[in-house]
Design a protein around this ligand. Sequence first.
Ligand code: MG
Length: 381
Amino acid sequence: MFNRRNFIRISGLSTLVGLTGIETAFGNMEKKSTKPSGKGLSLRFLPYNLQLKHTFTIANSSRNSTPDMLTCLEFDGMRGYGEASMPPYLGESIESCTKFLSSLDLSQFKDPFQMDDILRYVDSLMPGNCAAKAAVDIALHDLVGKIMGQPWYKIWGFDPADTPNTSFTIGIDTPEVVIQKVKEAAPYNILKVKLGQLTDKEMINAIRSVTDKPLCVDVNQGWTDRDKALEMIYWLKEKGVVFVEQPMPKTAIDDMAWLTAHSPLPTVADEALQRLPDVMKAHGVYSGINIKLMKCTGMREAHQMLTLAKSLGMKVMIGCMTETSCAVSAGAQLSPKADWADLDGNLLISNDPYSGMQVVGGKVTLIDKPGIGISIQQPVF
Ligand code: MG
């Protein structure tokens, strides 16, 4: 499926290749690529279609795959791996990611430990492109961790015993399907229920007919009336729900601040928050934040967000997209300091080329391997 002909190298003294050149290069790598100099950082990347185990349905569309870009950052014979997962609704694509990664010249950096300078350069090149930036950031962390011979949770000083349980998501569906999904979620200790429709109470009652496990709910901005939202949160608390994610539209800031002030359960910002400056904006409006590497450009900024949110007394959740074990394991490095984790993205796909973080007894379980702690199951680079 993969061979060296598929590689793209942005390396050494190579002339930056435009999008058209890259597309051609997939079919004829020998002509288009250049050899790494062996001095600076060398980045390669490869589109990879994540095959979903189950059809993913939202509103009026459904899909069976998620576009993804796998990256490999090489320095002095060592390799770090990263990825960009690009669910269509977030606005990035294989085309935009290829364009962004092609425009980088990482060969100018001769020392991978200068992570601040490297990632500042990557971030400054173009606005947006957060998943593409995360693909570089994760690969750099993996590389630097491997050079140091340590996993990032250790470099950051976290205790792997402190990892939280990860939730398993139950989508909006009929009571019969919901009950079936709850049975499939037997290995998990906390269930994340998607709400935001007229059937919210029906969903919760169906789940409660078969399990007493703690629940959290993700409303995805679905409630628009703050009084009704508060009433619903009181009802959910009685039903054993522990927090409510993005209950109201991200633009309803005043209503959200009021709701959080009156809510008997913590509220968590997801759609309302993307990067580091958003943490301050969420303070006083939400009780906590959902950090996702693909939203915030990767591990470096995620760590900064975690530190800031904790210093402000906010709750932190580490989430993910549909991803391989690469990005999920990268996010998991932060999880010992998180209150909650929603790291099930790799379990939703059938063609994961890596293995890494495991869910054992429902709990995020870190692997004592350098970098982001992954092993290659199917060679891609
Ligand atoms: Mg969410």
